[in-house]
Design a protein around this ligand. Sequence first.
Ligand SMILES: N[C@@H](CCC(=O)N[C@@H](CS)C(=O)NCC(=O)O)C(=O)O
Length: 246
Amino acid sequence: MTRKEHVATNEKVTVWGMGTIRSLRVYWTLEELGIKYDSFPVHPRSGQTYEPEFLKLNPRHKVPVLKHNGMVITESAAIIEYLSEAFALPEGFFAPQSTTDRVRLREWSFFVMSELDAHTLYVIRRHVHLKHLYGEAHTAVCAAEAYFHDQLDAVASSVGRHGPYLLGDQFSTADVLLTSCLDWAAEYGLAVPQPFYDYHLRCVSRPAYLRALKTTFPDSPPPDMTPKMRSGKWDPSTSVYSGTKP
Ligand SMILES: N[C@@H](CCC(=O)N[C@@H](CS)C(=O)NCC(=O)O)C(=O)O
């Protein structure tokens, strides 16, 4: 075990959230790190997130939420970063040792959270699956899909180049974020370049992922969590597909 700033506490971690890809990120990290936790099966838009007790935790009525040591954290990426900084890390889990390491980790994490989660997948979710709440926006959805493919193509040659995971041989919280977005893309039928397809298979075969999947989706996981591979010939030297754009 490597450890950095380990938080000395007897307080158990508590998680609120279930049935969503963003909650999966938290359970997956907890499982990777072997942290014991209690969880409340709060589902989004079920009414539970509007109950007064929950609104005290997160006035933005969203899951996941994590509480530890009296501190409440309400953003999935911040939650998993906290866990990886506050708790001992198992062998093989990326622990930044320098500013350069840390910025590499954050660069991937911010890329995934802004360009893939917020700007693309969540736009599709809001304006297709939740259009009764957020309104229909066909043009925005088409643009989000095109942008998703554009962003993946642009970084595809970096995936798998330095090792099995984004930062090389060691698995990191950035891998949790990216894999969860690829799971999410699969749900929407978005095909991905081959490096992402291979990378996704590697990450989802981790035992901690499989345990987290059962916790997050106790009845059954969404039917399609494996992205399709984009057809066409991939040229890793130019990051260009010879096939037609999806
Ligand atoms: N940026 C936040 C987004 C959280 C979020 O939007 N959660 C959704 C479920 S995945 C939710 O709770 N929605 C309920 C609502 O909007 O009322 C994160 O990554 O944690």
